[in-house]
Every structure is written in structure tokens, then in C-alpha cells.
Design a protein around this ligand. Structure first.
Ligand SMILES: NC(=O)c1ccc[n+]([C@@H]2O[C@H](COP(=O)([O-])OP(=O)(O)OC[C@H]3O[C@@H](n4cnc5c(N)ncnc54)[C@H](O)[C@@H]3O)[C@@H](O)[C@H]2O)c1
Length: 409
């Protein structure tokens, strides 16, 4: 990889990488794909970032977030080598598969991956293996990113955007740690079969091995330790065997983290508590399916899906950073998308993916600054604020990144 980079370095320039991709012809792999920004300066840290814009609003929000990431990084002495690759519907249109091998290779060889969103009406009737969303399953599975971190924070500027009463929503600041590569979404046996009565049956299996529980629990304990020191493990141990083992393993690990206060909650109660008293939660750890549902529920407390970033991390290799929203085909191409979830995903990329906390803080502070100045996209707009589009919101955040005093971490 280093040799490859050296071959392609050209100071302060953008260059197209020549014929490196087997299944994509030069014509298919036209701009914006295959763009590498090459610029190595002495004394600067350099990272390879795979950009996967995807579909719908994906390219709009990625283009904005890329500029913010580049600016915040450069102010902290970081340089990025971006490689933009097709994924999802965009890849289906180019080469007939949602996750081309070349895209996966570029992602796997990068230091971190920033993804926009995947999917759209155009591909809705495709067979399952040719649906754009399959790219996400392949990426998560093959990168082995088993830990999905989803913060849900109600910013004071946006408390009125929450569907909950102000006194319930204000001050909410939680992190949901979801297991991402196991459980019922991947468990075997699975599928639609015919039973002994000749009737169709749908089968999905909730299954967790001890090591899968231990590794996600460790991520959660470590996360809680860096936050307010409270961890709530959510399961269904009154019914599900996989949850009984989950609770046993999480409880056993607690002795290694005496500074973290561990509690357990059944998932049905957790769903209620999230809207009754969300402030009680600091860090939540849960399995794949419960995390999928609870994190979407938590996202609504914050007001808009357009505000929420996520990080997916494995034991080694690059992390995957993406907004939690989809491709929003209803507003795609209209400059209406809120780019803040993707910009905040870029901040998570810096913080959790590269360990560059100062640059991450610059972005987080700039987002707050732009909101303080009253800039709002349509999804978070309220009277008295200034309605802006995706690009203008990006420009305002960029200005704040440039003008804000360096943050202390
Ligand atoms: N991670 C992903 O890539 C991902 C996640 C969820 C859904 N999807 C796919 O996205 C497509 C659309 O799905 P959906 O409509 O259920 O969910 P969605 O998140 O795309 O949109 C839901 C609603 O939220 C709005 N919205 C979403 N993001 C926004 C943003 N940044 N700014 C302003 N408004 C925003 C949309 O306009 C829409 O009204 C489907 O093909 C689905 O499979 C992809």
C-alpha cells in the first residue's frame, strides 16, 4: 500500500489512478470515482479515507462532510488521501452488483470509511441479493465491524424539534452500543422453508457465542468509562436463551470495570423508559435487533434523523462511519438534506477511527456554532431561524471550523 501511495503522490494535485480495477471499465469508472487527492507534506500525518457516497442524498452530504473533514484535519496537521468508490445502487448501475470487489478492497485498505447512504425506489423491486442495501450487510460482515456506536444527544438549540416535552428531552445525552454482526440477522438456520404439513415457515435464529457477547460488552464498558460511568445492558433474559447467556457474560465482565455502574433492563421496559425518562441513560449495550429498534427510537428524541451520526468498529482494520439516515429519495437532488449527521460522522471518524480527538472536537464545536448562529435545514427548522440548504449549511460549518479558536479536548 505504501509503495502504491508513493507511486501516486503528486503534490497539491488531484490525479486519477490508472487501471487498477478489474471489473470496472475505464468508462464505467468515470469521475467522481477513482479520484485521489494526493498531497504529502513533510511533518504532517497522513490518512487514507475511503469515501462511499452511495445513493439519493448520499453524494450531497458526503461532498459537504468531506470538505469539513479536510479543513478540520488540516488545522490539526492532518492530510487525507480520499478515494471515492461506488456502492449500493450507484454500483448496481455501474457494474451490476451492490458491493464491487474494488470498492471493498479500497475500503478494507483504508484507515477509515465514510459512507453516505444506500438505496432508492429505482432498485426496490430487485431480487434480495441485488438490492443496494445488501452492500451494507457485506461491508459490516466482511470488515467484521461488530460494534455500532450511536450517540443520541439533544442539543439545547434543537430541544424544540423533539417530539417529547421539553423537560423530558432537554439534557438527553446517551450512547447506544449495538452488536452489529451477530444475532438474529445472521443466525442459522434461516430462510423460508416448507414444514412437515406442507406449509411455508419463516425461520430466523437468535444466536450469540460467549466471545461475541464479551467483545461487545468490553466496548460498552470502555465507552461508559469515558462518559458518565453508567452502563445499562438491555436484553430479554426472561424469555430468550441467547439473552440469558448475554446477561451472564455481561455480569461476569463487570468485575473488570469497578468504576462502571452496571444495570440490566428488559427490552420492552427499555422501549418505554426511552420515552418516559431518557435522561436516566448514559450508555446502553444491546444485541443486533434490539439495538436496531431502540437506536431509531432514541433518534426521534433528538428531533431529526438528519442529526445523528454512527460509528461501526471492529477489533482491527478500518472503522465504518455513516449517518443513521437512509438515502431520503423524497428530497434527493434538491439541496434539502441536512448534512450534519454526516459531518458529525466525520467527527466520529476522527475520534474513534483515527484517534484524532482535537480535529474531531473542532468539527463538533463548529456544528454547535452554526446552530447557535441560527442556521437550520428544513428538517430542524423552526420560525425565527434561517432556513438553508445542504450546501449552505456545509459552508457555514466550514466557516465555523475556520474561525473557531482551537478546542481543548
Ligand atoms: N444506512 C443506510 O444507507 C440506510 C438506512 C436506512 C434506510 N436506507 C434506505 O434508504 C431508502 C429510504 O428509506 P427511508 O425513507 O425509510 O428512510 P430515510 O432515512 O431515507 O428517510 C426517512 C425520512 O427522513 C428524511 N430524512 C432522512 N435523512 C435526512 C436528512 N439528512 N435531512 C433531512 N431529511 C432527512 C427523509 O426525507 C424521509 O422523509 C430506502 O431505500 C432504505 O432501504 C438506507
Amino acid at each position: 500500500m505504501a509503495a502504491f501511495l508513493q507511486m501516486n503522490i503528486r503534490l497539491n494535485s488531484i490525479k486519477i489512478v490508472p487501471g487498477r480495477y478489474s471489473s470496472l471499465t475505464d468508462h464505467q469508472f468515470r469521475a467522481p470515482y477513482r479520484i485521489r487527492c494526493a498531497a504529502a507534506s513533510p511533518g504532517k500525518k497522513r490518512y487514507n479515507i475511503a469515501l462511499l457516497p452511495g445513493d439519493g442524498i448520499g453524494p450531497e452530504v458526503i461532498s459537504v462532510a468531506k470538505n469539513v473533514l479536510q479543513k478540520a484535519g488540516s488545522l490539526e496537521g492532518l492530510e487525507f488521501d480520499f478515494q471515492e468508490m461506488p456502492v449500493g445502487g450507484a454500483a448496481l448501475d455501474l457494474v451490476g452488483v451492490p458491493m464491487p470487489e474494488e470498492t471493498f478492497t479500497a475500503a478494507k485498505q483504508s484507515d477509515a470509511i465514510l459512507l453516505g447512504a444506500i438505496g432508492g425506489y429505482k432498485w426496490d423491486k430487485n431480487e434480495k441479493h441485488l438490492r443496494p442495501e445488501m452492500a451494507l450487510f457485506y461491508l459490516r460482515r466482511d470488515l467484521k465491524v461488530f460494534a455500532n456506536l450511536r450517540p443520541a444527544t439533544v442539543l439545547p438549540q434543537l430541544v424544540d424539534a423533539s417530539t417529547l416535552k421539553k423537560e423530558v428531552a432537554e439534557g438527553v445525552d446517551m450512547m447506544i452500543v449495538r452488536e452489529l454482526t451477530g444475532g438474529i440477522y445472521f443466525g442459522e438456520p434461516r430462510g423460508i422453508k416448507i414444514n412437515e404439513n406442507g406449509e411455508e415457515v419463516g425461520i430466523s435464529t437468535e444466536i450469540y457465542a460467549a466471545h461475541e457477547i464479551d467483545r461487545i460488552a468490553r466496548v460498552a464498558f470502555e465507552t461508559a468509562r469515558k462518559r458518565r460511568g453508567k452502563l445499562c445492558s438491555v436484553d430479554k433474559a426472561n424469555v430468550l436463551d441467547a439473552s440469558i447467556l448475554w446477561r451472564k457474560r455481561v455480569t461476569a465482565l463487570a468485575s473488570e470495570y469497578p468504576d462502571v455502574e452496571l444495570s440490566h433492563m428488559y427490552v420492552d421496559n427499555a422501549a418505554m423508559q426511552l420515552i418516559r425518562d431518557p435522561k436516566q441513560f448514559d450508555t446502553i449495550v444491546t444485541n443486533n435487533i434490539f439495538g436496531d429498534i431502540l437506536s431509531d427510537e432514541a433518534s426521534m428524541i433528538t428531533g431529526s434523523i438528519g442529526m445523528l451520526p454512527s460509528a461501526s468498529l471492529g477489533e482491527s482494520g478500518p472503522g465504518l462511519f455513516e449517518p443513521i439516515h437512509g438515502s431520503a429519495p423524497d428530497i434527493a437532488g434538491q439541496d434539502k438534506a441536512n448534512p450534519l449527521a454526516t459531518i458529525l460522522s466525520a467527527a466520529m471518524l476522527l475520534k474513534y477511527g483515527l484517534g484524532e480527538e482535537k480535529a474531531a472536537k473542532r468539527i463538533e464545536d463548529a456544528v454547535v456554532d452554526a446552530l447557535n448562529k441560527g442556521f437550520r435545514t428544513g428538517d430542524i427548522y423552526s420560525p425565527g431561524n434561517k432556513l438553508v440548504g445542504c450546501k449552505e449549511m456545509g459552508e457555514e460549518v466550514l466557516k465555523s471550523v475556520e474561525s473557531k479558536v482551537p478546542a481543548t479536548v
